[in-house]
Design a protein around this ligand. Structure first.
Ligand code: C5P
Ligand code: MG
Length: 191
């Protein structure tokens, strides 16, 4: 299996690139943000809980997010591999993911970070907010909070996987195709 963490700040292109990667590599794309938005759209208890954090640009508590991710993985065991998008976002989420992989006799093949400058992120998210319908894309204060949360809570995940030599960075600036080619080169270099 190829098990990827597609990593990077909000608006770095994780979702866009994951959609292209699943076609080429036949992997299952698991976006925890998309899973939360699905629950929010259906007004489930999980969605209502998540909404109170997401609309402020804060993180949903680890126990909730880890439980949801575990359910999704365990419901789809017979795949060629996973692309984790937007997860893990904290060190406890990383530890939980490694534990889940180990239970399946699997491991994370690579964490690939899309490196994008802050000014570009804000521009991209405000642009996306015009059509995404996402409350957390519509307000510059919420966007800045998401970037702060990324730096404080999420960036340490890069170093966590760097300890085992699993983390790499690719330039996330440029055209969608250019960035896609950089990602494919990293994936083709696995093993
Ligand atoms: O990944 P995405 O940007 O779609 O996530 C949107 C929001 O969902 C995050 O800003 C955060 O509020 C919440 N989220 C979370 N924990 C995750 C993934 C997403 O709290 N692991
Ligand atoms: Mg996304």
């Amino acid at each position: 299996m190829i098990n990827l963490i597609l990593f990077g700040p909000p608006g770095s292109g994780k979702g866009t690139q994951a959609a292209k990667l699943v076609e080429k590599y036949n992997l299952l794309h698991i976006s925890t943000g998309d899973l939360f938005r699905y629950e929010m759209g259906n007004n489930t208890p999980l969605g209502l809980e998540a909404k109170s954090y997401i609309n402020k640009g804060e993180l949903v508590p680890d126990s909730v997010t880890i439980g949801m991710l575990r359910n999704k993985v365990e419901a789809n065991p017979d795949v060629a591999g996973y692309i984790f998008d937007g997860f893990p976002r904290t060190i406890p989420q990383s530890e939980a993911l490694d534990k889940l992989m180990a239970e399946m006799d699997q491991k994370i093949s690579k964490l690939i970070m899309l490196d994008v400058e802050d000014v570009e992120i804000v521009t991209r998210l405000l642009e996306r907010g015009k059509t995404s319908g996402r409350k957390d894309d519509a307000d510059e204060g919420v966007i800045r909070n998401r970037i702060d949360v990324y730096k404080d809570n999420t960036f340490p995940v890069y170093d966590f996987y760097a300890q085992s030599g699993t983390s790499v960075k690719v330039d996330g600036m440029g055209s969608i195709e250019e960035i896609f080619d950089r990602l494919c080169a990293q994936i083709d270099a696995i093993k």
